[in-house]
Design a protein around this ligand. Structure first.
Ligand SMILES: Cc1ncc(COP(=O)(O)O)c(C=O)c1O
Length: 369
C-alpha cells in the first residue's frame, strides 16, 4: 500500500487506518453474510441490526436523552439548511395557525459562512421572516470578516420564534462557541431559555463526536454530516426532540409550505430512517469508527485528545506570531479546536509553507481563500 500522509482536510477527512482495513474486508464480506456491505440490502436483518448499534453508540457516547430521536438521512448539512426551516415552520404553524408568514420569525445567529448560508436558504424558502439575531462581522477587526463570537449583550432574539439557529463550529472561518458556560463566547443559552420547549437548532457538522455537546437536551435539532469526523460523505445524522417530529401534511393544510417526504422528520422517524435506500457504506464506516471510539473511552477520551491537539497547534501559531511569520485570523476566545485558521505572512511564504509541509507528509493544509 502507498504510504498514507497526514491528511488535514476538513472534510472529507482522515479516517483511522484500522477502520479502513476492516471496511475493506466488509466490502467483500459484511459480518459473515458472504455479501459485501455495498451490495447488501438495507432491509436485511444484518444491516438493520448494524444501524441500531450505530444509533446506540451515538446515544450512549453523546448521552442523548430519551426525549430525542436519532435519525439518519442524506443530503449533508446543506439539505438540513432547508429541512430544518421547513420542519420547524410546520411545527410552528401547528402551534400558532393564526399567525401570518411575517409574524413567524426564524432567528439566525450568524457567526460564519455556514450559518450565513443556512439563513439565506431559510429566506429563499419563505413561509416565515428571517431575523438575523446576531451578525458577528459587525464586531470583527476589519468590520467584514467572521473572526469572533460577540458578547451576549449583542444578541437580539425574537419572542416565540419558529427556530433559533446557530453553528457551533464554523469550519471555513475557524470560529467556535466556547463550551465553557462562564465564557463570554459561550452560546447564550440563558437568553433563550424562556420556559417551554425551545426551538434551538445547532449545526454540529464539523465537530460532531469530537467532544460532548453542551446543553444537548435543550436543543430541538442537532445535525451533522458524517464526513468531517466519523465517516465518508453521504450520511447525515440528526438528533431531533420528539415535539419537532410533526405531521407536515397537517401543517400544509393550514398553509405551511409542503415538505418533501424525504426531508420530513416524521417520514424518517416512522420508517426508522429507512424510507428510501440509505448510504449503506457510509453508515457502515461510521459504525466502525464509533465502535472504535467506544473502545477508546468515548467522547471523554476524544475531548482530552482534541484539547491537547488544539493547544499544541495554537502554541506553534502563537510562536509564529511572535516571530512575525504567522498570524491568527480569529480573535482570542473564539478560536476553533477543530479548524485552526491562520495566515502565513510574507510574499510567497504560504506556498513555501505548503510545499515544506508536503515534504513532511502533511496535506490538506491549504484553507479557504
Ligand atoms: C459547519 C458546516 N455546516 C454545513 C456544511 C455543509 O455540509 P455538506 O457539504 O454536507 O452539505 C459544512 C460543510 O463543510 C460545514 O462545515
Amino acid at each position: 500500500m502507498a504510504s498514507r500522509v497526514v491528511n488535514f482536510g476538513a472534510g472529507p477527512s482522515a479516517l483511522p487506518q484500522s477502520v479502513l482495513e476492516e471496511a475493506a474486508q466488509g466490502l467483500l464480506d459484511f459480518n459473515g453474510t458472504g455479501i459485501g456491505i455495498a451490495e447488501i440490502s438495507h432491509r436485511s436483518k444484518e444491516f438493520t441490526s448494524f444501524i441500531t448499534t450505530l444509533e446506540s453508540h451515538i446515544r450512549t457516547q453523546l448521552d442523548v436523552p430519551p426525549t430525542h430521536s436519532i435519525l439518519f438521512t442524506q443530503g449533508g448539512g446543506s439539505a438540513q439548511f432547508s429541512a430544518i426551516a421547513l420542519n420547524l415552520l410546520a411545527r410552528h404553524r401547528l402551534l400558532y395557525p393564526q399567525l401570518s408568514d411575517d409574524e413567524r420569525v426564524l432567528d439566525y445567529v450568524v457567526t460564519g459562512s455556514w450559518s450565513k448560508k443556512a439563513a439565506e436558504e431559510a429566506r429563499r424558502l419563505g413561509g416565515g421572516r428571517v431575523n438575523i439575531a446576531l451578525d458577528s462581522r459587525k464586531y470583527s477587526k476589519d468590520g467584514k470578516s467572521f473572526d469572533n463570537i460577540p458578547p451576549h449583550s449583542e444578541y437580539a432574539f425574537s419572542n416565540d420564534p419558529a427556530l433559533i439557529y446557530y453553528c457551533e463550529n464554523e469550519t471555513v472561518d475557524g470560529v467556535e462557541f466556547s463550551h465553557d458556560d462562564t465564557a463570554p463566547t459561550a452560546f447564550p443559552y440563558h437568553l433563550v431559555q424562556k420556559g417551554g420547549l425551545l426551538p434551538l437548532v445547532a449545526d454540529y457538522s464539523s465537530s460532531f463526536m469530537s467532544r460532548p455537546i453542551p446543553h444537548l437536551a435543550e436543543h430541538a435539532v442537532i445535525f451533522a454530516g458524517a464526513q468531517k469526523n466519523i465517516g465518508p460523505a453521504g450520511l447525515t445524522i440528526l438528533i431531533v426532540r420528539q415535539d419537532c417530529i410533526v405531521d407536515v401534511d397537517a401543517a400544509a393544510k393550514l398553509g405551511a409550505t409542503p415538505v418533501p417526504l424525504t426531508m420530513s422528520y416524521k417520514t424518517l422517524f416512522d420508517s426508522k430512517s429507512l424510507y428510501n435506500t440509505p448510504s449503506v457504506l457510509a453508515i457502515y464506516i461510521a459504525g466502525l469508527v464509533l465502535a472504535r471510539s467506544s473502545e477508546l473511552g468515548g467522547l471523554k477520551y476524544y475531548e482530552e485528545l482534541n484539547k491537547r491537539k488544539a493547544e499544541k497547534v495554537y502554541a506553534v501559531v502563537l510562536k509564529g506570531e511572535e516571530h512575525g511569520i504567522l498570524q491568527r485570523k480569529v480573535q482570542p476566545g473564539s478560536a476553533s479546536w477543530m479548524n485552526a485558521v491562520f495566515t502565513v505572512l510574507g510574499d510567497g511564504a504560504e506556498q513555501r509553507f505548503l510545499e515544506g509541509a508536503e515534504k513532511e507528509g502533511m496535506k490538506g493544509l491549504k484553507g479557504h481563500r
